[in-house]
Design a protein around this ligand. Structure first.
Ligand SMILES: Nc1ncnc2c1ncn2[C@@H]1O[C@H](COP(=O)(O)OP(=O)(O)OP(=O)(O)O)[C@@H](O)[C@H]1O
Length: 220
């Protein structure tokens, strides 16, 4: 479904060009749940960007930096997941008078994610874990066939991480998610892609992997 063949992923141009991943070949298939692991700075976000480019609007996107608007309510932040589907006029009206259909759908999502009690609150008043759930809710509200996430469950507790990953994976075909919790990688995913030093060091079914093998990705 998505294929990168002998791809070199880099940042910058000319003498400022920095190769992050060199000559990598990957094939991602519909229905696969893939965990993306590796030390900080190894290139997980860079790889996700390249896959996003391939999938375009077919993939919901939950970015690492979240991109939430602090002064706006949880409802309005989640509504932004479908902003492009409505006219500017309708979106502006929604700022003052929430659209009843959108409100109901977003309230249901928030209930599932355990943030229904803060639906009307500005995002700037939430905890880090609550913000993560708002960012995930916004991506789920996009209702796209596939899901790409850059450490979406980094700041939630293990129990919540478990629940959130279940919600994400049961609603999407291909899921490619960067994370650092190795236990969650083994329990929620079919496949692990591990990056080290500019290359794909591991690409295997989780059924054949142990925590020790995943730990090795984090050693220098
Ligand atoms: N926009 C950019 N311009 C130049 N270099 C960049 C840019 N974004 C990332 N890099 C560099 O590319 C390399 C890989 O970064 P990337 O963000 O993909 O790593 P990561 O594995 O996602 O890290 P983390 O786990 O900390 O989020 C790093 O050396 C980083 O400094």
């Amino acid at each position: 479904m998505v294929t990168l063949k002998d791809a070199t992923l880099a940042h910058g141009r000319g003498k400022h060009r920095q190769i992050v991943l060199d000559n990598i070949t990957l094939e991602l298939r519909d229905g696969e749940r893939v965990a993306l692991l590796g030390r900080s700075g190894v290139g997980k976000s860079t790889l996700l960007d390249a896959i996003r480019l391939e999938l375009g609007e077919k993939a919901a996107w939950c970015p690492q930096e979240q991109g939430l608007v602090g002064a706006l309510s949880v409802y309005h932040n989640i509504y932004m997941g479908r902003l492009e589907r409505s006219s500017t006029w309708r979106n502006l009206r929604n700022l003052i008078r929430p659209d009843p259909t959108a409100w109901q759908a977003i309230a249901e999502l928030c209930h599932l994610l355990g943030i229904a009690d803060v639906l009307r609150q500005p995002v700037e008043s939430l905890s880090g874990g609550q913000r993560s759930r708002v960012a995930i809710a916004r991506a789920l509200y996009q209702a796209r066939p596939h899901f790409l996430g850059d450490e979406p469950v980094a700041s939630v507790d293990p129990h919540q991480g478990d629940r959130l990953l279940t919600l994400i994976t049961e609603r999407h075909g291909l899921c490619l998610i960067a994370l650092h919790q190795r236990e969650l990688a083994l329990s929620h995913f079919d496949r692990v892609i591990g990056l080290t030093r500019g290359r794909v060091a591991l690409d295997a079914d989780t059924s054949s992997l142990t925590l020790e093998q995943l730990d090795a990705l984090y050693r220098s």
